[in-house]
Design a protein around this ligand. Structure first.
Ligand code: SF4
Ligand code: SF4
Length: 444
């Protein structure tokens, strides 16, 4: 295993996936009410194309945008538009949202077109289907998928990499999708490669998921996809970061401030590829997603297929509820997720997991002083100097933090994880990045 592909630095974390990795994905009960923030992707928020009182069918478009970096939104359930009002999202900010309430006698969903094969569609048709389905990167970054499928003409894409690493602890949805839906995953991957005319199609999977490696390889053989490369990668955090993945598989470095496209690569994760298959071959919009509900604070951990807009409370209720000592709820994984303060917030397109930790697992420590041990520098996969950046961030010297390339920080949390002084390094960098962005926004 000595020559297993990987990237420099990074850390080894406990995976904590045992509770759900062997559990097949199950469909959650349909919610009676859904709350849908209009902004569910990076870029511009969508605008409602329905009004309170309108009756909508499942899958009907309810919001859209004329901006390129934005995605439309569809009704996850049939029902009545109850309200369009501000509602708190995962970060606690109240954002404009559409509320749909289920009806006893819902209108029938408009019939979907006949099943197509991605092989029969051209690049434009694939891009259009992906855009119309409202697909965003389902790994949590929520970048509109059609934008990644539309590289400028001067950028030649040589490889599409499908990210099957799922290096974040606790999460098991991509692992389950690779085991349960390898054919859909590969069809979606094929569509993505076709859309950007990439000659190479690679699936990268960490070597702690040998069953997924086997399932995807076997399916590729069955489908006659001889050109697809399935690459095992060393299990290391954050192997699933786009830049780390490209370095590990192709040995290419995405330049500072650059995008994978700058080195001829497009990366999509496994869940996004499956959503692309559904959009392209079935005409199905993104109205549901798979999430892992797990952690020491939830009674029956599960991998659940949930309608977008379902409240966290309802999802947790379908997993046996909270334990008595449940103390902290996180949207996403423990390394990059966001702690939430209410269970009334809805599942959105970005929700890869609901992680609930008990008191023991989320002890809060006071921030200490830097002992200059250098561990954070040794761990940072981007090659940054976290200790120096944090020292400047703590005194709000944003110019100096910027000089140390904080904008290249991928917020992986490796530095925070290894710091013996328990300095909240990544939190400092998130604040610094926001300050720098705000400053850029107010500049004339
Ligand atoms: S500085 Fe940023 S990129 Fe480097 S380890 Fe810390 S969080 Fe990760
Ligand atoms: S790991 Fe923590 S204590 Fe060590 S140098 Fe980095 S910030 Fe300082």
């Amino acid at each position: 295993m000595g020559d297993m592909k990987t990237f420099p630095k990074g850390i080894h974390v406990s995976h904590r996936k045992e509770a759900t990795e062997a559990l097949p994905i199950v469909r959650a009960a349909l919610p009676k009410r859904v709350i849908l923030p209009l902004q569910q992707s990076l870029g511009a928020p969508a605008e409602a194309v329905v009004n309170p009182g309108d009756v909508v069918a499942e899958g009907q478009k309810i919001a859209d945008s004329t901006k390129f970096i934005s995605v439309p939104l569809h009704a996850p359930i049939a029902g009545k538009i109850a309200r369009i009002e501000k509602h708190p999202n995962a970060t606690g900010v109240s954002v404009p949202s559409i509320v749909i309430e289920a009806l006893e006698d819902p209108p029938a969903a408009s019939s979907r077109p006949q099943r197509l094969s991605w092989r029969d569609l051209d690049s434009d048709q694939i891009r259009k289907a992906v855009r119309e389905a409202g697909i965003v990167g389902l790994g949590g970054a929520t970048f509109p998928a059609h934008v990644k499928l539309s590289p400028p003409s001067e950028k030649r894409i040589e490889a599409v990499i499908i990210n099957g690493c799922e290096c974040e602890p606790y999460l098991t949805i991509d692992h389950r999708l690779m085991l349960e839906r390898p054919a859909d995953l590969l069809a979606g991957a094929g569509a993505i490669a076709k859309a950007v005319s990439a000659p190479r199609l690679i699936v990268g999977i960490e070597d702690n998921k040998p069953d997924a490696l086997q399932a995807v390889s076997a399916e590729a053989g069955r489908m006659g996809l001889k050109e697809i490369e399935i690459v095992p990668l060393k299990t290391k955090y954050p192997q699933g970061g786009e830049k780390m993945l490209i370095k590990a598989i192709l040995g290419r470095e995405v330049p500072s401030g650059g995008l994978p496209m700058d080195v001829g690569v497009v990366v999509h994760n496994v869940g996004t590829a499956v959503a692309v298959q559904e959009a392209v071959e079935l005409g199905k919009p993104l109205i549901e997603r798979v999430l892992t509900v797990t952690g020491s604070g939830v009674r029956e951990p599960k991998n659940l297929l949930v309608r977008i807009g379902t409240s966290f409370a309802e999802v947790i209720g379908q997993c046996g509820g909270l334990t008595e000592d449940a103390a902290k709820v996180i949207m996403g994984g423990p390394m990059t997720g966001t702690a939430v303060s209410s269970l009334e917030i809805p599942v959105v397109k970005a929700t890869s997991s609901i992680l609930v930790l008990n008191r023991k697992d989320c002890a809060v420590f006071a921030e200490g002083s830097c002992i200059r041990c250098g561990r954070c520098i040794k761990a940072c996969p981007v090659g940054l100097m976290p200790s120096t950046m944090a020292a400047f961030a703590r005194i709000k010297n944003w110019d100096r933090v910027a000089e140390y390339h904080v904008t290249d920080c991928i917020e992986c949390g490796c530095c925070t994880y290894v710091c013996p002084a328990r300095i909240f390094l990544v939190q400092h960098f998130k604040i610094a990045k926001r300050e720098l962005q705000l400053r850029k926004a107010v500049k004339p």
